[in-house]
Ligand binder design. Sequence first.
Ligand SMILES: NC(=O)c1ccc[n+]([C@@H]2O[C@H](COP(=O)([O-])OP(=O)(O)OC[C@H]3O[C@@H](n4cnc5c(N)ncnc54)[C@H](O)[C@@H]3O)[C@@H](O)[C@H]2O)c1
Length: 431
Amino acid sequence: MSSIAVVGAGYVGLTTAACLAHLGHDVACADIDAERVRRLAKGEIPILEEGLPALVAEGLEARRLSFVVGAATAAANAEFVFLCVPTPQGDDGAADLSVVEDVVREIAPVLEPGAVVVNKSTMPVGSTRLVERILGEAGAVVDHVGVASNPEFLREGTAVHDFLHPNRVVIGCEDAAVAVRVSDLYSNVHAPILVTDPASAEMIKYASNAFLATKISFINAVANLCEAVNADVREVALGMGYDARIGFEFLHPGPGYGGSCFPKDTAALLHTASSAGYDFSLLDGVVEVNRRQHERIVAKIRTAAGGALAGVPVGLWGLTFKANTDDLRDSPALAVAASLLDEGARLRAYDPVAGEEAGRRLPALDVVADPYEACRGARVLTVLTEWDEFRWLDFERVAETMEQAAVVDARNLLDPLAMRRRGFAYQGVGR
Ligand SMILES: NC(=O)c1ccc[n+]([C@@H]2O[C@H](COP(=O)([O-])OP(=O)(O)OC[C@H]3O[C@@H](n4cnc5c(N)ncnc54)[C@H](O)[C@@H]3O)[C@@H](O)[C@H]2O)c1
């Protein structure tokens, strides 16, 4: 078993650290945020992720998992250093690698000979080389330190499951011996291991996310067309999905993709394409369909409100970028809320887990702790995140509390016939 440093204790880093400890490795997980580290050391988990509290408790108890402040503290003596720090979108659309670069400079002087730096953050083509170069400049004995790309494909909400049962493990590395050492870390994980050159590994991550974003924009475009020709996109997606070449996943129309990955990763891939002189117009279209999708949801709400939103009370259900996560980064729900506020709507919102944080980000939002309270007096109710609990609410009570019973279901979560039977003016997406 190996001694591993994981730098960054966020969705990816904390999951990676807890899962690698669960697989039997000795893991020191570092973060720059001392308060986060202090809480983690007591077993308090700062994010909502199924199964993670139990794994962190297990690792702490077995003393295979510890939390420290600062990347260098964790990296000294480590055989492997996993970089799991943010790579946000920069002003020009490219991935901003400044945190990665800072961390690499910080750990370079303390790395032991034979240590391997593993890029798990999503980083564009050329980043493995970049990390090697910075290590050299910052005082690491480069000949004795390996660098590998090992992109992460976990989904928030099922991160632990996805890490322990991945569809594949991708390792991009020039040095075959280093690639074997990294793949050995996953010896208890049953998945195909694909060893490639670094550029291909880096491209696999971006191409995968861009493809999934494409599926979402594609079905959103089909949904919009279904509305124009009176077809039902749910039936269409079902009929498409039975074809194994297409599959059912990511064929759910909605307010557009969001979250901490797809928007920034599609932008970064477009930046890579333009730097390489390739016109990736297909992906441009995907991004543009996504941008317009949220405007279509706002337009539906405006129509349901009677044509204008100034002063109109609107109830919002769901604020996170998808269900079963507390992540609000690039949430389409918040983008819709911001547009409604711009048009003068009065918003009352409920989310099962992220209401408080959403209120901090959008102070004009009146966040309440109860879904019925969110629709009290509302002229329109809109479902923006597909939390399962919304299906099972008392819709007679919802209708009674509203000024008029009108629902814009941006996630196609509710049954249109049942809603209409209950007296609601119901609008979904593409049906
Ligand atoms: N969230 C996902 O679903 C997901 C999935 C696959 C890949 N990724 C990629 O993984 C990377 C991390 O994403 P995330 O969602 O885990 O981010 P995150 O914001 O949840 O976590 C990042 C952590 O790094 C810490 N950090 C920042 N600077 C640091 C420093 N100098 N030293 C030590 N720690 C530092 C932050 O305090 C934070 O806790 C990104 O490149 C992202 O694109 C994310």
